[in-house]
Write a protein that binds this ligand. Structure first.
Ligand SMILES: CC(C)(COP(=O)(O)OP(=O)(O)OC[C@H]1O[C@@H](n2cnc3c(N)ncnc32)[C@H](O)[C@@H]1OP(=O)(O)O)[C@@H](O)C(=O)NCCC(=O)NCCS
Length: 252
């Protein structure tokens, strides 16, 4: 049902279905307005909220009560965000499940799945085919390659780099702040972990600040990783220790 929308800031392409109770908010907290673009064949469910700067590719599904393009506002880690909206681009075929929050200045590639109640903060990039399950949090500025998978309840700290085909089990915790000094005016040194291509992180593991997990390495469940993990090995335990090679999943 193409809806005729009388707001000139909202462009709804042919074949899009927009629920009557979907909410469009083109004007950000600084007072500037940006267009909202709903591509062909998109489906916007009841109660979904779309902010100015959102551009949805063809066939994107935004489920009930999810929020897309939300501008950052308030103080966090040495920055004050004034509520200005950038663009939030969602690639064709992506699905944003009910209750998810995707902030402004985000780029989602094609066929990205954002699970129920998952949080994607500003300046995050998720490559094509990436799938995040429910209750995952991806903090500001994290950069994901394509076909990354995350099971529920995993926390990706701000500024984390995740290359293609990385797998996170459930409840993985990542850390970028070793000293935990949180006083106004104190410079905070943040150092996020890095996950190279194909790395697999077992459920319940914690990856410390600045750790580099090598290509196709595997971290066993419930491990505490304090040191860099070389390419192609398995580490387990608290603290994690190497216990042998990991056969390459592609048989290479
Ligand atoms: C690390 C892992 C790959 C090892 O599997 P495996 O090669 O079949 O190993 P085994 O079960 O035969 O155990 C071998 C040894 O490692 C130990 N071990 C296995 N997993 C371990 C872990 N996570 N932490 C500590 N020790 C572990 C075993 O106790 C055993 O020790 P032993 O030789 O002294 O008896 C696997 O146990 C694991 O943790 N996989 C991650 C699964 C996961 O989290 N999936 C997410 C899905 S959402």
């Amino acid at each position: 049902m193409p809806l005729s929308w009388d707001d000139s800031n909202v462009q709804i392409d042919d074949g899009a279905h927009v629920a009557r109770s979907a909410i469009f908010e083109p004007v950000d907290l600084t007072g500037s307005a940006q267009p909202i673009v709903i591509g062909r064949g998109c489906r916007i469910a009841p109660g979904a909220v779309l902010y100015g700067g959102v551009v949805l590719g063809e066939g994107v599904v935004v489920e009930d009560h999810s929020v897309v393009g939300k501008p950052e506002f308030g103080y966090a880690m040495g920055h004050h965000y004034d509520g200005h909206a950038g663009t939030c681009t969602v690639g064709a075929g992506s699905i944003i499940r009910a209750g998810a929050h995707v902030y402004s200045n985000v780029v989602l590639g094609e066929q990205v799945h954002i699970g129920h109640h998952t949080l994607v903060r500003s300046a995050v990039r998720l490559g094509a085919g990436t799938q995040l399950a429910h209750f995952v949090s991806v903090e500001r500025g994290s950069q994901f390659g394509g076909n990354v998978r995350s099971s529920p309840h995993t926390h990706i700290t701000g500024g984390t780099v995740v290359e293609d085909r990385v797998f996170f089990g459930a409840g993985v915790k990542t850390i970028n702040d070793k000293s935990m000094v949180w006083r106004a005016g104190t410079p905070v040194v943040l150092e996020a972990p890095y996950f190279a291509e194909g790395a697999a992180i077992g459920s319940g593991s914690t990856i410390a600040a600045g750790v580099h997990v090598g290509r196709w390495a595997l971290v066993g469940s419930q491990s505490l990783v304090l040191r860099d993990v070389p390419e192609g090995v398995i580490v387990v335990g608290v603290p994690a220790r190497e216990r042998g090679p990991r056969p390459h999943p592609d048989g290479d």
